[in-house]
Design a protein around this ligand. Structure first.
Ligand SMILES: Nc1ncnc2c1ncn2[C@@H]1O[C@H](COP(=O)(O)OP(=O)(O)O)[C@@H](O)[C@H]1O
Ligand SMILES: [Mg+2]
Length: 261
């Protein structure tokens, strides 16, 4: 489904800030996989997503999505097939537009006039009800007035509206209060499993990484240092993950912001 074949990337090559972020980095993800990704700050998790989304082009190596090589395809073209959610709830929606208008952007198949608007609005209401955040009662409300949790749930709905081939979630619940984060996560799980999406989810929480998905990847210094799926993942524990971390880099743990819960 997703194949990253030996990509390498050096940022600011030749300058004092030169930083090699990937060296022969490879990863294969199967269709329908829900992969959780953990790793210390600066491990390269977001950079991995940026490579997949085309925010930067690797110096070497190849990236394939659904059998098609996308290594050099600009990111605005990849956006049709890749849903992307960030930590900041403000990034996934247009604040001055209403909930309904935002949804038209995501699921309106080409604009206001070309579709049967009433039918579409009915579809939006049904979808919004699934979020259980009363958004269906506020279709005409500008998105900028919503809470962070409401907004992130709406972003999630929009990013998955047309069933992307791949869904990238970069700490998308990290800015929410714990209760709201839990709700958005449960919703994420429901959508990913219900629509059988292929999903990569970066999280700062080991517990979250263990509780969701069928495969878990741990990154450190631009490399995958642990990769477990199925039963092996199910049997993994926070203590086990901590030990893996400690074995890799003891000093890292002390300075790391990775949370236990
Ligand atoms: N566009 C860029 N230019 C230079 N350095 C970058 C760029 N993007 C990321 N980096 C560096 O790459 C490393 C990995 O960053 P990142 O992928 O954001 O880590 P993570 O998401 O795991 O915390 C960091 O040292 C960061 O400073
Ligand atoms: Mg990051």
């Amino acid at each position: 489904m997703l194949k990253i074949d030996k990509i390498s990337k050096i940022f600011d090559k030749g300058s004092l800030n030169e930083k090699e972020i990937f060296k022969d980095f490879s990863l294969e993800v199967n269709e329908g996989d829900f992969v959780t990704i953990i790793g210390s700050n600066g491990a390269g998790k977001s950079s991995l997503f940026n490579a997949i989304f085309g925010t930067f082009i690797p110096d070497e190596g190849h990236i394939y999505l659904d059998g098609e090589e996308i290594t050099d395809i600009p990111s605005h073209k990849r956006a049709r097939n890749i849903g992307y959610l960030f930590q900041d709830p403000r990034s996934g929606t247009a604040p001055n537009m209403t909930i309904e208008e935002n949804l038209f952007l995501a699921g309106g198949d080409g604009g206001w006039l070309s579709v049967n608007q009433k039918k579409k609005t009915g579809e939006f209401v049904e979808k919004l009800k699934l979020l259980d955040m009363d958004l269906e009662k506020n279709l005409k409300k500008p998105v900028g007035l919503l809470s962070g949790g409401q907004r992130q749930a709406l972003s999630l709905l929009m990013a998955t509206y047309s069933k992307p081939k791949l869904l990238l979630l970069d700490e998308h619940t990290a800015a929410l209060d714990p209760k709201t984060a839990e709700k958005v996560l449960a919703l994420t799980d429901k959508i990913v499993n219900g629509d059988k999406l292929t999903c990569l989810m970066i999280t700062h929480s080991m517990e979250m990484a263990l509780n969701y998905g069928n495969r878990l990847i741990m990154m450190n210094d631009g490399k995958i240092i642990y990769d477990a799926e199925g039963e092996e993942k199910k049997n993994q524990t926070i203590d086990g993950l901590l030990k893996l971390f400690r074995d890799k880099d003891g000093a890292m743990m002390a300075s790391d912001r990775m949370l236990l819960g």
